[in-house]
Design a binder for this molecule. Structure first.
Ligand SMILES: [Zn+2]
Length: 174
């Protein structure tokens, strides 16, 4: 296989290993993440009774967040009303925070359901992907992986801080 030069200043997630099957040895990575399994990187930003919000360990773009129902369900038609409400609430909160931190020019929000649609995890999850005017295209293609200027662990820290300060501010307003 052809070797590509490493770019030291860019964060390159190891998505390729992941796709090849070198996943953590858990039956569901999202259930494991929900349960605080130490084999899975903890990038959870927030949670409530019904859902948790986590940064994607293999993001398509900086600030790529997933909103995940705590129940292992695989079809949005299985949602309870309370889960839908919670997901909607978190979607709006996350958009506020991502606007502040990343100031993207747009978003893709949605589900990939089934392998054909690109879902690599069965456990249902709503993607929120910030989009930027000058997204890297060329490196993506030659590298076979997205290249990021954002380390997910640092990003998770920033996002948690913002989310916490936001919920505090809301409580104080009441
Ligand atoms: Zn699961």
């Amino acid at each position: 296989m052809k070797k590509y030069p490493k770019r030291k200043l860019l964060f390159v997630p190891s998505k390729r290993d992941y796709v090849r099957g070198n996943r953590p040895s858990v039956s569901c990575i999202l259930c494991a993440s929900r349960d605080g399994n130490p084999n899975v990187e903890n990038l959870i930003l927030a949670k409530d009774k019904y859902v948790f919000v986590t940064l994607n360990l293999f993001p398509y773009n900086p600030g790529h967040v997933m909103i995940v129902p705590k129940r292992h369900i695989i079809d949005p038609r299985s949602y309870l009303d309370s889960e839908v409400k919670s997901i909607d609430k978190w979607t709006r909160r996350i958009l506020d925070v991502l606007d502040e931190i990343y100031d993207p020019s747009g978003y893709n929000i949605g589900y990939n359901i089934g392998n054909t649609a690109g879902a690599s995890l069965e456990h249902l999850h709503l993607h929120i992907v910030p989009r930027f005017k000058n997204e890297i295209g060329f490196i993506d293609i030659i590298g076979g992986a997205r290249v990021h200027v954002d380390d997910p662990k640092l990003a998770a820290k920033k996002l948690r801080q913002k989310l916490n300060s936001k919920s505090r501010a809301k409580k104080e307003k009441r």
